[in-house]
Design a protein. Structure first.
Length: 249
């Protein structure tokens, strides 16, 4: 019985025979055992083993079973340690090249009102010479991974699971769009004028509120989900056949 046709990435259409595939993998198991004892073999036996490996792979190619994950299975059978190390290296280099990843953004349009501000306790008690300001603004909060190079990657080719540890979503940026500020109002009190410090304090207060509101709206969880999808896309073919597990901090 023949399965349906499957396509390799290079456009080669190949037909997989399950029975031949099973026989091939069984043969590779035997070859792996032989390779473990290669130091105990004579030169003639070593040559026979090498020939057997070449013939087995040639038969596999001819039968069309070394396409996609079948080739991965064969490579892992022969060189499990080096194969896992190679996959790990590819993923680590991908993360280092990406460096930083922003995957969540929160937008808020709101109005700020400072209320009455007084120069001292006496003025506040007497309600004299108060100053205030108000304006409408648009603020943004971004969330993502600060440094992807800090992530730890473990590739288990036996279980086909890739685990990514030491990975965390954090707030990467918060800002108020200056061009969005409108309907600005402020008092003009010569005895208690607004200062740069007043505007700086207002900005700090607004940024803290923006971050708290963004977290309440689920920006961290949204950024995590988006980051997983983005990273899987970046890894590409390197994770074909694997289950990727993210252990978020």
């Amino acid at each position: 019985m023949r399965d349906t046709e499957i396509s390799c990435e290079r456009g080669i259409v190949m037909v997989e025979e399950r029975t031949e595939n099973q026989e091939l993998m069984a043969a590779l198991d035997n070859i792996q055992g032989e390779l473990k004892g290669i130091k105990k073999k004579g030169a003639k036996q070593v040559f026979q083993i090498i020939v057997a490996v070449i013939l087995t792979l040639a038969i596999g190619l001819g039968a069309g079973v070394v396409c996609g994950r079948h080739w991965d299975d064969i490579m892992f059978k022969l060189f499990p340690n080096s194969y896992s190390a190679s996959t790990t290296k590819i993923l680590e280099e991908t993360l280092k090249e990406q460096a930083k990843l922003n995957t969540g953004i929160y937008k808020q349009v709101a109005t700020y009102d400072s209320g009455k501000m007084y120069a001292n306790k006496l003025s506040e008690k007497l309600k004299m010479n108060g100053k205030s300001m108000s304006f409408t603004f648009t603020g943004y909060v971004e969330a993502g991974i600060e440094n992807l190079a800090d992530a730890n990657i473990n590739v288990n080719s036996k279980t086909n699971v890739i685990t990514i540890d030491n990975i965390k979503i954090s707030i990467t940026n918060v800002y108020i769009d200056p061009s969005s500020i409108k309907d600005a109002k402020q008092t003009k009190n010569i005895f208690n004028q607004l200062t740069i410090g007043d505007f700086t304090a207002a900005q700090s207060e607004l940024e803290k509120k923006l971050i708290n509101d963004a977290k309440e709206k689920g920006i961290i969880e949204t950024a995590q989900k988006s980051a997983e999808e983005t990273l899987k896309a970046l890894f590409g073919e390197a994770i074909n056949g694997y289950t990727v597990v993210f252990n978020w901090q």
